[in-house]
Design a protein around this ligand. Sequence first.
Ligand SMILES: Cc1ncc(C[n+]2csc(CCOP(=O)(O)OP(=O)(O)O)c2C)c(N)n1
Length: 562
Amino acid sequence: MKLSNKLGVQEVVASFAALGIKDIILCPGSRNAPLIFSFARHPNFNCISIRDERSAGFFALWKAIESSKPTVLISTSGSAILNFAPAIVEAYYQRIPLIILTADRTKEWVHQGDGQTMNQENVYQNYIRKSFSLDGDDNSQVNLWYNRRCISEAFHTAIYKNKGPVHINFRLAEPLYETSDFNNDTIKIFKEEPVVKSLSAATKEQFLKDFNKSKKVLILVGQYPKSKKLNSLLERIATHKNVIILCESTSNLQSLEFVHHIDRCISFLDEEEINKIMPEMLITIGGAIISKRIKLLLRKNKTEKHWNIHNFDAYMDTYQSLSNAVAMEAEDFLEQVINDLSNVESSYKENWENIKERREDAHVKFMSNCKYSDLKVFETIYKELPDNINLHLANSSVIRYAQLFENRKTANNWSNRGVSGIDGCTSTAMGAASSATEKDFILITGDMSFHYDKNAFWNEEDINNLKIIVINNGGGSIFNIIPGPDNLEETEKFLEAKMTNTAKEIAIMHGWNYRSINNEKELQIGLKDFFKSEGKQIVEIFTDAKKSPETLKNYWKFISKN
Ligand SMILES: Cc1ncc(C[n+]2csc(CCOP(=O)(O)OP(=O)(O)O)c2C)c(N)n1
């Protein structure tokens, strides 16, 4: 096998192979050509070509989650590397392992008028877990050992030590296209040995003391990959009368014992009811919480005891009340305390259940008369969703509407909630579908998010297990449903950024089947058909930009009276 004749490049390829990396996303360019053709020729790798680095970055996210290994992104030098930034910051906050391998000129030529040349060292410094700088042309043994060691460190940092994206800037001098035999398959890399964490006796005792004397324990679960183990541990804990468990669609938990629609329960309560449901002890698990209302409520009603359980981000004090940070996986933590939880006599769970039931009735009543609008569209989508779907929810009003509806059938729910950008939702869904061809995926997105990430379609992957639902309300409807901008004179032009584009042209350009839905009758028939259809499918559902926010306001008004 002939790879690049640069021993530094051969060392990188061999190290990645030895570490068991599979997925390599290659973005076109010349400076990175030695890496491109070397990875492409090596049999261990699944190399995918994606032209737009921004889309490539988002495409990589789910691949890394699905494989539990870092996905490698390789780009040429210059501004190309900055286009990875939005996905890197998403991976940073969601703790997704990516290895960003950027090709660079040799040091002497930076700032000397060469093309595609800029200072690439530590360029992602505010949102990278670790950065490395390697030389691809120094063939000395000490440099080759250094490169190898850094690659092992980058890999283990990305998945264990400080999980998330890492950057390797790789300097390569011309000539770039020469080859030589590769026989470097027995390279020595180091492995990180897994460590099982256990609670100290003192910590366990403290936790049990706090739990067993609290009449009101609220467990709030943020974004979390589907975990049957966490689900069953929490279901056991939910039987305690002093405990209520709150989760969102992206927590990927399912139980009748849990509160799945947080905002529906906590909005518009009087002081007395708020006092009844606010906790004495708060336990938080997982990543980002979508509900702004629960954040505000918990910040206003601070608990004395707040235990945050997170392997990496235990110090995060979202509710300004952190008292105990436990750097551990939630499952491991709960397993170690669950058998010692006491049965505390309390009406806390019952108080929550009463509100949940009352608000559920109000929801059903309102929806039975709800006219065609974004709200109605979401109700119908959730009713018709096939079982076992992997659902991707774009950032915008989509992720918020999704929290209002029952969702028992999905295999998994995902949203880019690390920084909640609208810039890569489609690319992430594409990457997910391409990495798990045996699974079915559905993306629900707004029209602006869809158009923002049009380059998601600009790749040669033959993706046939993703269906896309575009809710076209003529721009950023979210700004008409959050308090504040709805009364601003400039909203329509500058926030909502009204638009008349449709998804049809994009669908045609990239060979996707397209259909549109314009009213309730078409919705009922069209969605059923859409879900049954095979292959690349886009449905664009047109709703009224004025009526939808109005309907949602009326929904909340109705809920508030119940
Ligand atoms: C990259 C990026 N730019 C801007 C924003 C701010 N933003 C949040 S939602 C939104 C509008 C989304 O509109 P659309 O996708 O049509 O969804 P809708 O709210 O109408 O359902 C914008 C511009 C963002 N989140 N990310």
